[in-house]
Write a protein that binds this ligand. Structure first.
Ligand SMILES: Cc1cc2nc3c(=O)[nH]c(=O)nc-3n(C[C@H](O)[C@H](O)[C@H](O)COP(=O)(O)O)c2cc1C
Length: 399
């Protein structure tokens, strides 16, 4: 379930995503997909491309009267910029004789290893697919997965907690400051929804100003900016993923797919690297029980996963994004044809895309969790999956 493919070049006619297997009877709102595409296009520090594109999904198959048929769901997103690239990116015409190849690879991008591996003499053949434009397709897939997860009251949020070397509070810090504030799901949703109205998706307003200033000043130097964002998932039942084999562990699935997002270079679950420095007595979450809540914890150092299995607490993941490789003041490079010293290519580019990456992170998390949920509860239709889910919850209550 939720196995998918994406295809499409950054300046080609369109992006395509196909979700191979979905349960029948899932209600999918196209507007909810477009809303996620819109969120991915926002954020302080983005480049000119996002001003050209206003992504809208077209559903080509798998949906009838807003409900999935259980058949492959295929979606496309037009690239408006294609109009400017019809000749350069023509799928069905020979290259024009005067077309200049791109031959000066950017350090940190796929340009050089991609050209060497695929024996390309024009770096465009590599960068068009390596480009994070592809993440629009994954965001559309994630938007369908989210609608599936909503049926089980599973919600996915994110916020930016570091831009360049400026850090802000983590979700655990924010909750610790005011434990009464986030007792209900609606309070959590309201907090994260408000972040969508801000330019950096960071809850600390004073910090946001400093972060924007950092982006501006690094941009003025011809530089780019990375950062860290955090994903928070509420409503996960105990029991997604498994301890029985390494590749079934929930965190191994999450880490593999989240590391598949362009420019993501680190994934932490729960206390992560900080946890490694704590004594065991402080690094683990003591177990409590009462009749209302069943088994529960008063802390969440594990970040919601123990032994590869969701433990019923919030899932907390942090992702490190490296600075964008395309620089206005380009780095030293070597031409792939002449082999002479040169400077790296200067494509139109974002300076900072951490807020956008956080939306892609939500989408990828949604697709992993939707797949794990469908796997755990099984079934070809939503009715069947929900029945299995309800009876599992009953089993947990009686445990
Ligand atoms: C949302 C998002 C937007 C990005 N925008 C750009 C960009 O405008 N220019 C650029 O050079 N890299 C951009 N990147 C990063 C590159 O796509 C990425 O660094 C490159 O494909 C090499 O892959 P790697 O960093 O995973 O090794 C972006 C990444 C994301 C997630």
């Amino acid at each position: 379930m939720f196995e998918y493919l994406t295809a499409g070049e950054s300046h080609g006619p369109r992006l395509t995503a196909i979700i191979k297997s979905l349960p029948a009877g899932l209600k999918v709102e196209v507007e909810a997909v477009n809303e996620q595409l819109f969120r991915r296009q926002q954020g302080y520090g983005r480049g000119g491309r996002m001003k050209i594109e206003s992504d809208q999904v077209i559903i080509n198959s798998g949906l009838r009267h807003k409900e999935t048929l259980g058949t492959p769901l295929s979606m496309t997103i037009e690239n408006k910029d294609w109009q400017n690239w019809v000749e350069v990116m023509a799928p069905d015409k020979e290259a024009e004789a005067d077309m200049e190849a791109l031959t000066n690879p950017r350090p940190g991008h796929a340009d050089l290893p991609g050209a060497l591996k695929y024996n390309h003499r024009d770096l465009r053949n590599v960068l068009e697919r390596a480009s994070a434009r592809e993440t629009a397709a994954r965001t559309a897939v994630g938007a369908v997965a989210r609608q599936f997860l909503n049926q089980f009251d599973i919600n996915i949020y994110s916020h930016v907690i570091q831009i360049g070397n400026l850090k802000s509070e983590t979700w655990t810090d924010i909750k610790a400051k005011d434990p009464e504030r986030f007792k209900r799901e609606s309070d959590i949703k309201e907090y994260f929804d408000e972040l969508d109205k801000t330019e950096l998706r960071c809850g600390d307003t004073a910090r946001t100003e400093a972060m924007k200033h950092l982006i501006d000043s690094w941009r003025a130097n011809g530089d780019s900016v990375g950062g860290v964002f955090e994903i928070v998932v509420t409503g996960l039942p105990v029991g997604l993923g498994s301890h029985v084999h390494w590749d079934l562990k929930l965190e191994s699935k999450l880490a593999a797919q989240l590391m598949g997002i362009q420019a993501i270079k680190g994934v932490e679950i729960g206390a992560g690297f900080k946890g490694a420095g704590l004594p065991g007595s402080k690094a683990h979450d003591e177990i409590f029980y009462n009749l209302d809540r069943g088994f529960y914890r008063k802390s969440n150092q594990a970040g919601g996963i123990e032994g590869g299995i969701s433990n019923g607490e919030e899932l907390i993941i942090r992702l490190a994004m490296k600075p964008i490789p395309t620089l206005a003041k380009p780095l030293h490079s070597a031409d792939i044809i002449s082999k002479k010293e040169t400077t790296a290519a200067k494509e139109r580019s974002d300076v900072c895309a951490v807020p956008a990456a956080s939306i892609v992170g939500e989408a990828v998390t949604a697709s992993v969790l939707a797949s794990s949920t469908a796997e755990k509860f099984g079934g070809d239709s939503m009715q069947e999956i929900k029945r299995n889910y309800d009876s599992y919850l009953e089993q947990l209550r009686k445990f």
